[in-house]
Design a protein around this ligand. Structure first.
Ligand SMILES: [Zn+2]
Length: 107
């Protein structure tokens, strides 16, 4: 099972990608950002593992709890940002990201 990835002309200000299961939406111009794609695929797979509804309920409650704080502090965002940073670092080193892509089911 894979997400349905689409590009959109509008997302909330400052948002370049959004997982709305079963879709992943990218703001036009950001669909080629592989690190962002890995971030969103991480969410997509996390929601699949938890069950989509429980994941979104937890996400919403935690979003309120962490309101006004940097989105990276949200407990369901922290590992997705870590994965995104890992991809950026691997690419900066010229290393392969094949294993990361395979783990995220992207290949
Ligand atoms: Zn995220």
């Amino acid at each position: 099972m894979k997400p349905i990835e689409r590009t959109t002309r509008w997302l909330p200000p400052g948002v370049h990608g959004m997982t709305l299961w079963p879709f992943i939406l990218y703001l036009r111009g950001h669909e080629g950002d592989i690190a962002l794609r890995c971030h969103e695929h991480y969410h997509w797979r996390h929601a699949l593992r938890w069950g989509v509804l429980p994941w979104y309920l937890a996400y919403g409650v935690l979003k309120l709890w962490y309101l006004g704080q940097p989105s990276e502090r949200h407990p369901l965002e922290t590992p997705a940002y870590a994965k995104q940073r890992q991809i950026i670092e691997l690419l900066a080193q010229g290393a392969s990201i094949d294993q990361q892509l395979a783990e995220l089911g992207m290949v």
